[in-house]
Design a protein around this ligand. Structure first.
Ligand code: HEC
Ligand code: HEC
Length: 219
């Protein structure tokens, strides 16, 4: 088996492992979550101050859209800021006082909202073309599989393990890929994203972020 085949097999095994190991059932109360999202955790700001009144996020601040994402995925990410598997000074301080049940409720609330339909960003068309190719075809010379093999049809996500990345703000996508590269994000138990991130050049990161931000998050 050559390196390239080895990497593909590893990805497939990793995906299988994630699917089996990370399925936890949760039981959040969206109404309580909505209250908590407006009040904040006592020391931080209300969620909407950064993520917007409908969870649509904000490109200028690299605040991701969080509306309509999978409930378990959201819960796991919120927990990761508490345990420092994700390190971000702007975000972590807003949730550090919430209990597990409160995080679960907040996750249920944002999961119940519709994904934003109008976040699409524009960018240089050459960059978008380059990004489109990387996202849908990959760059096999550098062992980069198409993002869509894991992130699903139209990159809109599959279950609680593979988040939708279509229509996400480019500033935030860039920040995440760089967080994996630098070790600031370790949420990915089997390192699927770390492996991808480390193979992407700065130019490729610009390109995939520009393309993904230009396509709709949902129908
Ligand atoms: C002061 C601004 C700010 C506030 C207030 C804030 N956030 Fe965030 N949030 C951010 C930033 C910046 C990021 C991206 C951080 C990073 O790079 O990991 C983020 C990331 C997230 C993510 C990760 C999304 C993903 O796709 O993985 C979730 C979930 C989230 N925030 C939920 C919340 C909730 C719930 C609240 C309210 C309790 C909240 N945030 C309050 C700025 C904020
Ligand atoms: C082998 C599978 C795989 C491939 C290929 C892959 N990803 Fe991922 N990606 C993941 C997993 C798994 C996660 C969730 C990590 C976690 O649990 O925090 C993720 C998360 C992300 C996130 C964070 C989303 C959020 O809301 O915080 C971004 C951004 C991302 N991937 C971008 C990309 C891009 C761009 C590509 C293509 C260049 C790509 N991914 C290819 C598996 C993959």
């Amino acid at each position: 088996m050559n390196n390239k085949q080895g990497f593909v097999v590893n990805c497939a095994l990793g995906a299988l492992f994630l699917g089996v190991s990370l399925s936890v059932s949760a039981d959040g109360d969206p109404e309580s979550g909505q209250q908590l999202s407006m009040k904040g955790d006592g020391s931080g700001a209300p969620c909407m101050a950064c993520h917007g009144p409908n969870g649509e996020g904000n490109a200028a601040g690299a605040f991701p859209y969080i509306a309509g994402m999978n409930e378990q995925y959201l819960y796991r990410q919120l927990k990761a800021y508490q345990t420092s598997d994700r390190n971000n000074a702007v975000m972590s301080m807003n949730i550090d006082n919430f209990s597990d049940q409160q995080l679960q409720d907040i996750a249920a609330y944002y999961a119940s909202l519709d994904k934003p339909t109008s976040t699409a960003e524009s960018a240089n068309s050459g960059l978008i073309k380059q990004g489109e190719r990387l996202v849908n075809v990959g760059d096999w010379d550098n062992y980069i599989p198409p993002c869509s093999t894991c992130h699903g049809p139209n990159n809109r996500g599959v279950d609680e393990n593979f988040p939708g990345i279509a229509g996400q703000h480019s500033s935030y996508i860039k920040q995440q890929i760089n967080a994996w590269k630098s070790g600031n994000r370790k949420t990915d138990k089997v390192q699927l994203m770390e492996a991808v991130a480390k193979r992407l050049s700065d130019e490729q990161i610009e390109a995939v972020s520009a393309y993904l931000a230009s396509i709709p998050a949902a129908e």
